[in-house]
Ligand binder design. Structure first.
Ligand SMILES: CC(C)(COP(=O)(O)OP(=O)(O)OC[C@H]1O[C@@H](n2cnc3c(N)ncnc32)[C@H](O)[C@@H]1OP(=O)(O)O)[C@@H](O)C(=O)NCCC(=O)NCCS
Length: 173
């Protein structure tokens, strides 16, 4: 059953392979490319196939963030990384097109994702964000929705700062 979340200003729906060209365009923008790199259409389609598989396997995954009139704004949602931590970690991530940054949309999307996640998934106790050192815009979103610095780590050879929030700390705020 496809999941759609709504907030006062946003509509979030599962990203699919049909979003490949949108993902390419998003990652071609300088502020996204600087932190997350670019995709060509083939790589974007492969990534989106993995997102679709993850939706099917875990019941959570990456959302497309849209305005209420259905313009594509970016993405926000969850990725499961089996290789992280002791037994895998679930990461929340976000990226918005330049036309949409600086207006609180990323925070609004992330808050909606987390509320939905804690309500639906009773098995995962912690959500992380893997953030490249210096990506203060992303740290600000993470902290706005309750994540706190947990550790410095390495992901695929790159240094990262891991932020996290637990189910318990999320509800204690
Ligand atoms: C990360 C990203 C989604 C944040 O978008 P955004 O539009 O700034 O997010 P919001 O409007 O919700 O702002 C959240 C907070 O970040 C702050 N912020 C924005 N840019 C910032 C910057 N460069 N440095 C410090 N704080 C910043 C905002 O002022 C806001 O603070 P507030 O809570 O006090 O209001 C956007 O910058 C982006 O798409 N970046 C490229 C992709 C990326 O790096 N993704 C994260 C990978 S880990």
């Amino acid at each position: 059953m496809p999941v759609t979340l709504t907030t006062p200003r946003l509509r979030l729906r599962a990203l699919t392979v049909k979003d490949a060209a949108r993902l390419v365009h998003l990652h071609a923008e300088a502020h996204v490319q600087a932190w997350l790199g670019t995709f060509d259409l083939t790589a974007a389609s492969a990534r989106l196939e993995r997102f679709e598989q993850q939706w099917a396997e875990f019941g959570y995954g990456m959302f497309a963030v849209e305005s209420v009139d259905r313009q594509f704004m970016g993405r926000c949602g969850f990725v499961h990384w089996p290789e992280m931590g002791d037994s895998g970690e679930t990461e929340i991530g976000w990226a918005l097109g330049s036309a949409w940054v600086g207006r609180g949309f990323a925070t609004e999307a992330a808050r909606a994702c987390l509320s939905w996640f804690w309500a639906r998934d009773r098995t995962v106790e912690k959500v992380t964000a893997m953030i490249a050192p210096g990506n203060q815009a992303s740290v600000a979103v993470a902290e706005s929705v309750g994540l706190r610095h947990e550790r410095s780590d390495v992901f695929r050879g790159n240094p990262i700062e891991v932020y996290s929030v637990t189910r318990k700390s999320s509800f204690a705020r």
